[in-house]
Design a binder for this molecule. Structure first.
Ligand code: G3P
Length: 292
């Protein structure tokens, strides 16, 4: 059984989940904003790379500072997360301050993304540099989105250090569990939140049964200690069902790729119903509505 079952704890709570777009592409951010459901934007170096490559593919030059300013303006004051690129305390603090000072004055909407642990290897001397950078930057009132979170304990420490958001990477935990167990999958494949069963054994990563289980555990830990200042931002979401489950287990925010945002609204029976209602319009009703 998952540590924290869907539908147990959040019954009757007012739904307050926020929808962020996980993208650095201007057109996607603009469209998502125009849908009237957007609450924020998250980027990371890979998403910025994808956006830059798209702009440059026909030979167009990019001014990255101007480009980021466009993202901030498109977000119209909604939170936008920008990630540092360093992997030491000093570099992350310096970059965090630089990014914040450069971009926050534009729309007062910048959050700095800091990895919970920037080390490339186990037991590195930089293991606590992420938390230390979060502490220093949040003490300077720079809001922090702590990224690359894969355990509830990382989330707890990030919150203690002062993070405003913690970003558990749901899809990547699911990838890891499948890869470790030599299971083939496509990135968009659904992964059961209650765990992937193979020959009566539920696969897991150190007690975490799925990305959504991780989100649920973090929710539970934060609720246990009435942690309100840090919001649970479910990230690395790959399909609509995972977004639904992130909401069911009480994520405060879901950051969603544009393609998945589009899928959220789609259902065969909705389209079929629309066709039928349109076919059934009688002239009297049409006249009443369409003519003055
Ligand atoms: O927000 C985190 C996200 O960009 C990572 O997503 O699908 O690359 O694991 P993904």
């Amino acid at each position: 059984m998952p540590y924290y079952g869907i539908n147990l704890k959040n019954k009757g709570k007012v739904v307050k989940i926020k929808v962020f777009i996980d993208s650095g592409k201007l057109e996607e951010i603009k469209k998502a904003h125009s849908y009237g459901i957007l609450d924020g934007v998250t980027t990371n170096p890979s998403l910025i790379r994808a956006a830059v490559e798209e702009v440059k593919k026909d030979g167009t030059e990019i001014d990255i500072k101007e480009y980021i300013i466009k993202i901030l303006n498109l977000a119209k004051g909604l939170p936008v997360s920008l990630e540092v690129i360093g992997n030491t305390y000093d570099s992350m603090v310096e970059e965090g301050i630089k990014l914040f000072n450069m971009f926050n004055p534009i729309a007062k909407n910048v959050y700095i993304k800091i990895p919970v642990n920037p080390s490339f290897e186990e037991n590195s001397k930089t293991d606590f540099d992420g938390l230390r950078a979060i502490k220093t930057l949040s003490d300077k009132n720079i809001p922090i989105n702590c990224t690359l979170v894969f355990t509830p304990e990382q989330a707890l420490l990030a919150s203690k250090a002062g993070a405003t958001f913690v970003s558990p990477f749901a899809g990547r935990i699911d990838d890891y569990i499948r890869t470790e167990n030599k299971i083939e999958f496509k990135k968009s494949d659904y992964f059961p939140y209650m765990g992937y069963e193979v020959e009566d054994k539920t696969l897991e990563d150190n007690g975490v049964l799925s990305g959504i289980d991780l989100v649920a555990m973090i929710r539970e830990v934060f609720d246990n200690y009435s942690i309100k200042r840090t919001k649970v931002l479910a990230a690395s979401l790959r399909n609509p069902r995972q977004v639904r489950e992130a909401a069911l287990v009480g994520a405060d925010i879901a950051t969603i790729p544009f393609i998945v945002i589009k899928e959220l609204v789609s259902h065969y029976k909705t389209r079929e119903g629309m066709k039928k209602f349109t076919d059934d319009i009688v002239p009297e009703y049409e006249k009443l509505i369409r003519e003055n």
